[in-house]
Design a protein. Structure first.
Lengths: 93, 194
């Protein structure tokens, strides 16, 4: 599923094994797609030796500090990461 | 995920190079030549020139924030090492302070900022700056007014970030060269104001 700027997304659980570029602290968190970056080889597949690795779209997704850490004042902190499409799913805003 | 950048890694790299040489896959100086080429002209002065031009030229600033990779050539900065990554410039304003990190390893815009400082690669910085950026910034001597929002950019994929600090007041008459001298490496990472 591809996303558009402004879409609300929820990241999946962190992988139990293997390589991923989804940081653990941003797993199972709600964020908003801020920018569509482009298509890149999926690092999870490359690290597993899949040749050729599939390409996936990457999005800059922004998370509020409250969602990530719980105790921040809403709006005081925002953290963003560049995440591959299969790391997340669309949710209702 | 790479957590440790200590001597264990360097040792493993040495062993790997040795094995590749023995197998005839790699010649002695190839690694060094590649490393030299990668670091040639890599300096925070590149980032500083980018910022000074953006302060001086609103048209350039607009192009920089729209597509930073594309404007590097305007300053004669070699993009060949950036083939696979994109560059994004983010602006500090009265309301937003940006800071960059790579929590998973140590991704960094080497071509524009030179080799990264050791603290940037430390687990303490990487873990804390996404969790309590204000406290980390205070330790760097940056105290932000309460109304300023902090935006942390975690370079988790093929993007590298550079912070464009807010232009200091009283610098209206300065030339681009003089402005570039005001811009520090820490300012380009976001752990200092300029």
């Amino acid at each position: 599923m591809s996303f558009q700027v402004g879409d609300a997304v929820r990241t999946h659980v962190a992988r139990a094994t293997g390589h991923t570029r989804l940081p653990g602290y941003l797993a199972e968190k709600r964020g908003v797609v801020e920018r569509v970056v482009g298509e890149f080889f999926l690092p999870d597949a490359r690290a597993a030796g899949v040749m050729p690795a599939p390409k996936e779209r990457v999005y800059t997704v922004v998370f509020d500090g409250t969602e990530v850490w719980g105790e921040e004042k809403p709006g005081a902190l925002a953290v963003s990461a560049d995440l591959f499409e299969s790391y997340m799913e669309k949710v209702k805003p | 995920m790479s957590g440790n950048h200590g001597s264990g890694v360097a040792e493993r790299v040495e062993h790997l190079i040795e094995a590749l040489e023995k197998a005839g896959l790699l010649k002695g100086e190839e690694v060094e030549r590649a490393a030299d080429a990668f670091l040639a002209n890599a300096s925070p002065m590149n980032g500083a020139r980018l910022v000074a031009r953006a302060w001086k030229d609103p048209g350039f600033a607009a192009r920089l924030f729209a597509d930073a990779s594309a404007v590097l050539t305007e300053l004669g900065i070699d993009m060949s090492h950036w083939a696979k990554v994109q560059l994004r410039a983010v602006a500090n304003t009265e309301d937003v302070h940006n800071v960059i990190v790579c929590t998973l390893c140590s991704c960094y815009p080497v071509g524009l900022l030179g080799p990264s400082p050791s603290w940037y690669k430390s687990e303490a910085y990487r873990a804390r700056v996404v969790r309590e950026p204000r406290a980390v910034l205070a330790e760097f001597g940056v105290s932000l007014p309460d109304h300023v929002r902090v935006r942390v950019w975690d370079s988790t994929a093929e993007l590298r970030y550079i912070v464009v600090p807010a232009r200091p007041s009283g610098t209206d008459g300065l030339s681009e060269e003089a402005l570039a001298k005001l811009v520090t490496r820490e300012g380009l990472i976001g752990t200092a104001v300029v």
